[in-house]
Every structure is written in C-alpha cells, then in structure tokens.
Design a binder for this molecule. Structure first.
Ligand code: GDP
Ligand code: MG
Length: 363
C-alpha cells in the first residue's frame, strides 16, 4: 500500500505530472476523499491559541462529531483550552424569522470588528436538519462579516437533539474564546425551546422584535420576554419609525409588569435599524452597561458558575437517558410495556419501575 509519507520513494511527483500513467489520476482523488486524519491534541490546541481558523474549524468538527474517538479527542482539546476560555461577552440573539437577525448581526458585528473586537457568530437551530439549511446559511445577509478576518461564522450543527446541538455550541463557544474571540453571538430562531437553551449559555439575551399595528405583544411568548435583558425593535426606519417608537413604549409598559430580575438589571427597550445602522451602537452600549453593572455586583460571575453547574447536570442526565434506552433489556421490554400503558393495563409509574428494574438488573 502507498502511504502519505513524503520521503517514501514512490516517485509520486513524477506520477502526478506524467500524462501517460494509468494509476496516478485515481490515487489523488481517492486520497482527497479520505477523511482527514486527526492531528495530535497539542497541534489543535496550539493552532487554536494562535487563532488559526482552519484548526479551530477542524476542532469544532470534532466537537460536533458523534464518533467516540472524535469525542474523546475533542474533550482533550477542550481540557487543554480551558485556561484560555471565559474572557468574552456572550450574547444570545433571538427573534422570529424575518425580524432581521442576520442583518442585525452583520450591522452590529461590523461595528464591533471595526473597533477592534474579534467576533464569533454561532447558532442553535435544531430544526436545521429538517429545513435543509441552518439559520446562518444565509451568509448573503452577512457579506461583510463573511469576509472579515476578525469575524468567524459557524452555522448550527445539523441533526441531533436540541441537547446535542446545545452541547456542541457550548463547546464551540469555549474553543472560540481560546482562539481569542472576545465577543460571541449565539443566534437562535424564535420558536420552541431553543431560546431557553441559548439563554442558559449566554451572559446577555437580546430579543429582536418588529413594530406591528397595535398587536406588538402578540405572538411573543411571555417567557421569552421575561428572559430578555434587552428588546430591540428593529426596522425602525423610513415610514416604520413612528410605529417602532410606539412599539417601544408598549414593550416598556409590558416589562414593567414583570418582577425585578435577579440580576438587578432593568431590561431595556431600544429601537434600531439593522439596515441603516441607526441605533446599533446604542444596543452595544446597553450590552456593555449590563456587563459593567453585573460584573460590579458579582452577578455576572455567579450566573456563569450556575450555568456550568447546570450544564454538567444536563450532560449526566442525557448520558444516563441514552444509556437507559439503549440497554438491551430496556429495548426488548419497552414496546410491550408501552402498549400496556397506553391500553390502560398498566399504571405508568409501575411500568417505569419495571423498566428501571430491568435496566438495573442487567447493567
Ligand atoms: N427596512 C428594514 N429592513 C430590514 C432591517 N433589518 C432587516 N431587514 C430586512 O428584513 C428581511 C429579513 O432580514 P433577515 O436579516 O434575513 O432576518 P432573519 O430571518 O431574522 O435573519 C430582509 O429583507 C432584510 O433586508 C431593518 O432594520 N430595516
Ligand atoms: Mg437569518
């Protein structure tokens, strides 16, 4: 067998350029199709530390992989990167499709990189496998950031549960911090459980909304508003400006009805235009004010500590659940017991006990 070792006397260079060699053309395409072999752990770590985007991307691919050997390697890389993590401000950004998230990230992002920040844009979109494209797939809405050497855009991993996507996004965030990115945006689409997940991994949660004809508060779940550290009414431009200011007042009164946040921070309502850039620096000023206030009070650090504690517990719960359901005894018994429960022949608690007993007996 041929190997990739360069000093092996196979005559590769001659084969590659010789038009009359039958085997040469088939060797290289085949070599390209092989998955790239993993590097030693320290190569990734050194690469990430010096901000090598290629190695950062490859490490993220390992983090997203489901193969056990990739996962182990990813954990080793993360382990060694840990001392370099945490020195960023993590901002979650949510809002319904069409509200202008991508345009907003482009506007605020370029504002930040121009003033010397390094920005990583990540996403959580568990629907991306189904919809066939990640919410960050529309890089056309971020033409500046896509080409910006101080910005790094990583779409949501496709497939997998929300828990799995969340885990890899959290770990990707840490790798980006180790690579020197000091601002992290985590984008999510305004549906389902993904907001709660994003809120659980960021310092600051921003909700983008639109002005509507008197129905501003419709369609936005109270729970999402309650998580927001700021609400920005986007598209406050042209003939929409007055309506945006009206919406701002409506959100301000709505927020006043909520109990005071544990952070001690009063959520702000702003207006902005991602298209014209108006109000964008003010959104950043609000984020910085939040950081200053909560760092001074100690809440910033407390919140992060609590987040990693909960993260650890989530990993344990997910691992145990997966172990339970993949256990042969459980897999064998589950269909019958489920049918018995659904037919009312067996009480749910008794059924669960039976399955747990089967799992514990044979594990
Ligand atoms: N007038 C106006 N249009 C905007 C603004 N921000 C985004 N848009 C437009 O709204 C549409 C959806 O924007 P997009 O960023 O893709 O929204 P996303 O689905 O939330 O990512 C696009 O046509 C944008 O050009 C804004 O501030 N003002
Ligand atoms: Mg978008």
């Amino acid at each position: 067998m041929m190997t990739d070792r360069p000093n092996r006397p196979t005559g590769d260079p001659a084969l590659q350029v010789s038009p009359g060699t039958a085997h040469a053309p088939s060797i290289n395409p085949a070599a390209r199709r092989r998955p790239r072999p993993a590097l030693p752990v320290q190569d990734y770590v050194d690469g990430i530390r010096r901000g090598d985007r290629g190695l950062l991307s490859r490490a993220i691919t390992l983090v997203e992989s489901t193969r056990p050997e990739h996962r182990r390697l990813a954990q080793d890389i993360l382990d060694r990167c840990m001392p370099e993590t945490g020195r960023s401000i993590r901002v979650g950004i949510t809002g319904v499709p069409g509200v202008g998230k991508s345009t907003f990230i482009e506007a605020l992002g370029t504002h930040l990189t121009r003033s010397g920040h390094r920005l990583a844009v990540l996403a959580i979109d568990p629907s991306s496998a189904r919809s066939g494209g990640s919410i960050l797939g529309d890089k056309t809405r971020m033409p500046g950031l896509s080409r910006d050497p101080n910005a790094f855009i990583r779409p949501s991993p496709t497939g997998g549960s929300l828990g799995g996507v969340a885990r890899s996004t959290r770990e990707t965030m840490l790798l980006c911090e180790a690579a020197g990115f000091d601002v992290i945006f985590v984008e999510t689409v305004g549906v389902g459980q993904s907001e709660t997940t994003v809120a659980s991994m960021v310092d600051f949660f921003l909700l983008l909304v639109l002005a509507g004809a008197g129905d501003e508060l419709q369609g936005i779940k109270r729970g999402i508003m309650e998580m927001a550290d700021a609400i920005a009414v986007n598209k406050a431009d042209g003939s929409n400006r007055a309506a945006a200011l009206e919406a701002r007042r409506a959100y301000q009164s709505a927020l006043r009805l909520f109990p005071p946040a544990e952070s001690g921070w009063s959520p702000q309502v702003l207006t902005c235009s991602a298209l014209t850039g108006e109000g964008i620096p003010e959104v950043w000023a609000t984020i910085k004010a939040y950081r200053a206030q909560t760092q001074a009070s100690g809440y910033f650090t407390r919140k992060r500590r609590e987040q990693v504690r909960l993260w650890m517990h989530q990993v344990i719960e997910e691992r145990l659940r997966a172990h339970f359901f993949s256990h042969p005894a459980v897999r064998d018994a589950l269909p019958t017991i489920e049918a018995d429960v659904m037919a009312g022949r067996l009480a749910p608690t008794a059924a669960a006990e039976r399955l747990l007993a089967a799992y514990e007996d044979r594990s």
